[in-house]
Design a protein around this ligand. Structure first.
Ligand code: GLU
Length: 297
C-alpha cells in the first residue's frame, strides 16, 4: 500500500447495543488491516442518533474490545459531542443544501424510483423551493444532475473491486440533517473521518451503498477520500444483516477466544489452533496480510 507509514484506520460502532458477532467482524477487519499496515486504529462512537443510543452500550463495547485484546489508539471520540463540526461543514455546503418539507410517507408514495436497498429515491420535490405552506423538515444535499461530471461515482474497493453508483438515479438528493433535528450519518461520518485523518475505512458491506454519497460529500467539502474496504456481513437465516435491531446476540465475552476464532473464520483467515488472546493477534495479523496479498495476486 502506498501510504503505509501514515495509515490511520478506525472502528466506528453505533452504541445501540452490545458488541455482537456481526460488529466484531467489522471491528476485527479494521483492526487487522491497521496492524498489518503498522497503522493507528481509532475508535469512534457513532452516537449522533441519540434516540437510538442505548444506555451503557458504549461502555460495554469498550470493555469487550479490551477483553478481546483490541486496543485502540488515542481518545475515544463521541459524535454526540461534535455537533459544532457537523454544523460548520453543513454551512460550508451553502446552496448545495436545501430544506425539504416532504414526509417519509410522501416520498414512499411518490414511488418514482426505488433504490437497491428498497428505499424510495428522493423525487426532488423540494429542489426548487419548499411548496407553499410546507415547513422545512429535513435538509438535503443536491446531487449532480445527469450529464454532470460527478454524476457517476466510481471507486475501487479493496475487497470488492470496482464499484460505481449513479447518485441521481440510485439515491437522489440525500438527507444531511434529519426531520428529528439530528445530523445524518452520511454527514457526520465524512466530517469525522476527515477530521481524524482516517486514510483507510474498513467496514461491513452493508455500508457499501453509502460510500458513493460519502465520496460525493468529501468532494463538495474539499476533503480527501480514504481507501475503502468492505467485508462481507453475517446474515441471519432470512438473509438479513445480523444487527442489534433484529436481535443479534451479544458475544459471549467469557469466551473471548471462541468469539475471535469465529470472526476470523468468517473473514476467511487461516489461523489454526491458538490457546490465548495474546497469541491470536499476531497470527491473525499475518493471516490478514496473506489474504490481502492473495487478493491482489
Ligand atoms: N456506525 C456504523 C455502524 O455501526 C458504521 C459506520 C462506518 O463504519 O462508516 O454500522
Amino acid at each position: 500500500m502506498s501510504n503505509q507509514a501514515s495509515y490511520i484506520g478506525r472502528f466506528a460502532p453505533s452504541p445501540t447495543g452490545p458488541l455482537h458477532a456481526g460488529s466484531l467482524v467489522a471491528a476485527m477487519a479494521s483492526y487487522l488491516d491497521a496492524k498489518a499496515n503498522h497503522g493507528r486504529w481509532l475508535l469512534r462512537m457513532e452516537d449522533v442518533d441519540e434516540a437510538r443510543t442505548a444506555a451503557g452500550a458504549a461502555e460495554s463495547i469498550l470493555a469487550d474490545l479490551d477483553v478481546l485484546g483490541m486496543h485502540w489508539d488515542g481518545e475515544v471520540v463521541f459524535q454526540s459531542r461534535r455537533t459544532a463540526l457537523y454544523e460548520a461543514a453543513f454551512d460550508r455546503l451553502g446552496r448545495l443544501a436545501y430544506p425539504c418539507g416532504c414526509t417519509r410517507r410522501e416520498i414512499v408514495d411518490s414511488r418514482i424510483c426505488v433504490a437497491a436497498d428498497g428505499a424510495a429515491v428522493y423525487p426532488g420535490t423540494c429542489r426548487t423551493g419548499l411548496p407553499v405552506g410546507k415547513p422545512a423538515r429535513a435538509y438535503r444535499l443536491r446531487v449532480p444532475d445527469p450529464g454532470h461530471v460527478d454524476e457517476l461515482i466510481i471507486f475501487d474497493d479493496r475487497w470488492l473491486g470496482r464499484v460505481q453508483q449513479h447518485l441521481a438515479i440510485e439515491v437522489g438528493d440525500f438527507v444531511l440533517k434529519r426531520a428529528d433535528g439530528f445530523w445524518a450519518y452520511q454527514l457526520a461520518v465524512v466530517v469525522d473521518d476527515a477530521d481524524q485523518g482516517v486514510t483507510h475505512v474498513v467496514r461491513g458491506a452493508d455500508l457499501l451503498d453509502s460510500t458513493a454519497r460519502q465520496i460525493y460529500l468529501q468532494r463538495q467539502l474539499k476533503l480527501a477520500t480514504p481507501y475503502y474496504l468492505h467485508v462481507p456481513v453475517i446474515t441471519n437465516a432470512d438473509g438479513e444483516k445480523l444487527s442489534k435491531q433484529n436481535g443479534a446476540q451479544a458475544i459471549d465475552i467469557k469466551q473471548p477466544l471462541h468469539a475471535l476464532s469465529k470472526a476470523a473464520w468468517f473473514l476467511g483467515l487461516d489461523i489454526g489452533q491458538v490457546d490465548s488472546v495474546a497469541a491470536f493477534w499476531p497470527l491473525a495479523t499475518t493471516a490478514w496480510a496473506n489474504l490481502e496479498t492473495s487478493r491482489r495476486a
